[in-house]
Structure formats: structure tokens, C-alpha cells
Design a protein around this ligand. Structure first.
Ligand code: SF4
Ligand code: SF4
Length: 351
């Protein structure tokens, strides 16, 4: 069956208000499970406030060459939301004056934004030293015009972070689409060939694992060991670290949970695994997320739920770091996904 986004399907879940209703009603309304706000209040962690801003995470568009089943962005080839050069210029103004040291580019497939390379060149001139690009790997081999992306990454010493749900073809293709496993291996080999991910190389290549079903990820170190062994022995592929990420109950993963009748069990599992230590380092405490159209969010997940920052300045054109750093972080029950077990963020576990 051809995979399409919730938007293209005209699914009721393409409306974020429906997602927020589901996350606030039922088991959370009748008191079976505590709301996230009440849970963190018990350990005096409400309201959640930002610490020092370290990372500006910019989503340059929701277009993607893949349509993965768990995607929290609901990305796909049919999504036309792409950051314009004008909005990028506004971002560059902020980059020149922000305290944040890292620019983290995500999507969709960020490489599909026609201004992607220009933006990195300009951000580099503006002083950014630490770049992260969340590349889905397959884009590198999807079309000739992307084949030199590894060299471009190398030129700017970009830290590449890529999803790879498993070391087997079946499991990877089931989650990310037919042909993704082989295309990902091809791209990983291209990256390895120029030094990415090989032992002692400063060209960082990390992989991201997220579970393929309604369960929480296992131990990150153990998973990393297994991935390293299998990818090296089976395919002679190297990478540096594996980040294990919990699927948050939003967007296409929420759709999957509801369709497979796993939603309530999954929420119980997340709440049961709640770890107050993980709350201290959730991603929203050191990151600010910018959407393709310049709105500001506490994190990429809040962006997808259209929960803008609770601040008098909520657009990149009005950016004021002092005011933004004074905000309270907007939370809801999806936040349990960041605080389960060892915690979860774009950089893996946090506790
Ligand atoms: S590659 Fe990433 S952005 Fe694209 S559909 Fe898959 S999870 Fe979503
Ligand atoms: S979902 Fe976003 S706002 Fe909620 S805890 Fe995670 S990073 Fe913070």
C-alpha cells in the first residue's frame, strides 16, 4: 500500500486540536493517569523553565522523500511547507546575536530545501561552528543532485545524525518504507568513505534508533553495542554513537497507537516509566525550535502540535532572547515520552 501523510489522507489527526484533545481526555480526564503537569508538580518541577540556550533547532520544511510510519512531523513528498530565503535571513540575524552555540537543522529532509546549502554557508560565516543535520540518509542517493551532500557535510564539519531503526532490512523497511534499508547502507558507505563515523574521526556520524511498535526503547548502550557489531560484521559500516529515542504519542505514531488499539497501554507504560531525573534535562530546557514559517516553539514536538512558546515574542522576526528565556515551557501529556526511563531527546537518553 502506498504510504501517504495524515494530511494527504485528510485524517482527523491532521488537525492538531484533535491530537491535543486525545492527549487531555479519557484516561487523563477521568483521573486514571495523572496529567504531566500534576506529575512534575509532585517533584517541584512545575513550571518547567529553560536553562541556558545552547541549541537553535530549525525545521527548514516538512517535505521528505520518505513517509515513515512513526514520523512525528507527518512529513512526506506531499508536504509543501518549506522555509523561504526571507525567513532564513531572519534566522541569520538571530544566529549573529544568539548565545546558542549549535545550529541543528531538521525537517522533513532538510536537504530538500532549495536554500539548504546557502543557509549553512551563511550561518557558517555568521560564526556557527557546531552544525547538526538530521539527514534521513536515503536523500543522499535519491537523486544525482544530492550525491555530493557528504562532501558538503565534510566541508562544514557537520555532525550528521541519521535514523536507522534496525540492522535488518525487514524491520527498517517496515518502519521507513521499501528500499530504505539498502539506500541507507549505500549512503552510510559514502559517508564512511570520506571519513564520517570511522573510529577516531572528528567527522561525527551518529545513528538514531526508535522502537518500531508500541513499546519503550531498551538500554541505549546495549543497543549501540548490537548495532555496531551487526553493521560492522554484516556490512562493514562504522558509526560513532547510537541515540535511542522514545516515540512520542503524537502525529503518525499516535495514529498507529489508536489504530492498533495500543494507545492506553502505551500511555500507561510511559507514565509508569516516568523518571523525575529525566525532567531536568529534557530537550526544551536548552533548545529553541523554529518552524519553517518562523514561529518559535519549546521543541520540535510542540511545533508539530502547534503549541507556540508562551512568550510575548513568538516569531523569529521579533526574537528577544532575554524575554524568551523567561518563559514557562508549554507541556502536555506527550511530554511523558521525554521523561520515561532514561529519558529521551534528539540526542538520545538524558538521565
Ligand atoms: S525520514 Fe524523518 S522526516 Fe522523513 S518521513 Fe521519515 S521520520 Fe519523517
Ligand atoms: S515534548 Fe517538548 S516540551 Fe515536552 S518535555 Fe519533551 S522537549 Fe519538553
Amino acid at each position: 500500500m502506498k504510504r501517504i501523510s495524515l494530511h494527504k489522507k485528510h485524517s482527523y489527526l491532521a488537525n492538531v486540536n484533535k491530537q491535543l484533545e486525545i492527549l487531555s481526555n479519557g484516561i487523563f480526564q477521568n483521573g486514571d493517569l495523572p496529567k504531566f503537569k500534576d506529575k512534575i508538580t509532585l517533584t517541584n518541577q512545575f513550571p518547567l523553565k529553560p536553562n541556558k540556550l545552547e541549541v537553535l533547532q530549525i525545521n527548514v520544511g516538512y517535505m521528505c522523500n520518505q513517509v515513515c510510519s512513526h514520523c512525528h512531523v507527518d512529513a512526506g513528498p506531499d508536504r509543501k511547507e518549506i522555509m523561504t530565503k526571507e525567513t532564513m535571513l531572519q534566522c541569520l540575524e538571530v544566529i549573529k546575536k544568539t548565545e546558542a552555540h549549535t545550529l541543528d537543522l531538521t525537517g522533513g529532509a532538510p536537504e530538500m530545501n532549495p536554500h539548504f546549502r546557502w543557509f549553512i554557508e551563511e550561518a557558517s560565516k555568521a560564526g556557527i561552528k557546531d552544525f547538526i543535520v538530521r539527514s534521513n540518509l536515503t536523500i543522499i542517493v535519491a537523486n544525482k543532485k544530492y550525491n555530493d551532500i557528504p562532501e558538503f557535510f565534510k566541508k562544514h564539519n557537520i555532525h550528521v545524525v541519521s535514523s536507522m531503526p534496525h540492522w535488518t532490512k525487514d524491520k527498517t523497511d517496515k518502519q521507513r518504507g521499501d528500499g530504505v534499508f539498502n539506500a541507507s547502507l549505500k549512503a552510510l558507505k559514502m559517508l564512511n568513505a570520506i571519513g564520517y563515523g570511522v573510529p577516531n574521526s572528528s567527522l561525527k556520524l551518529d545513528l538514531v534508533y526508535n522502537p518500531s511498535g508500541a513499546f519503550l526503547p531498551g538500554d541505549q548502550n546495549a543497543l549501540e553495542k548490537d548495532f555496531k557489531k551487526e553493521l560492522l560484521e554484516g556490512f562493514n559500516i562504522h558509526f560513532h554513537n547510537l541515540f535511542s529515542i522514545t516515540n512520542l504519542p503524537i502525529s503518525r505514531f499516535l495514529d498507529y497507537l489508536i489504530a492498533s488499539e495500543n494507545y492506553e497501554d502505551y500511555m500507561y507504560a510511559l507514565v509508569e516509566a516516568y523518571n523525575p531525573e529525566a525532567v531536568k534535562n529534557v530537550m526544551c530546557t536548552n533548545t529553541l525550535s523554529v518552524s519553517w514559517d518562523g514561529w518559535l516553539y519549546d521543541c520540535d514536538f510542540n511545533q508539530m502540535l502547534e503549541l507556540k512558546v508562551a512568550s510575548p515574542v513568538n516569531h523569529i522576526s521579533k526574537y528577544n532572547e532575554d524575554l524568551l528565556q523567561n518563559r514557562k515551557i508549554t507541556i502536555s501529556q506527550h511530554c511523558y515520552g521525554c521523561t520515561a526511563g532514561a529519558g529521551s531527546s534528539c540526542q538520545g537518553t538524558v538521565a
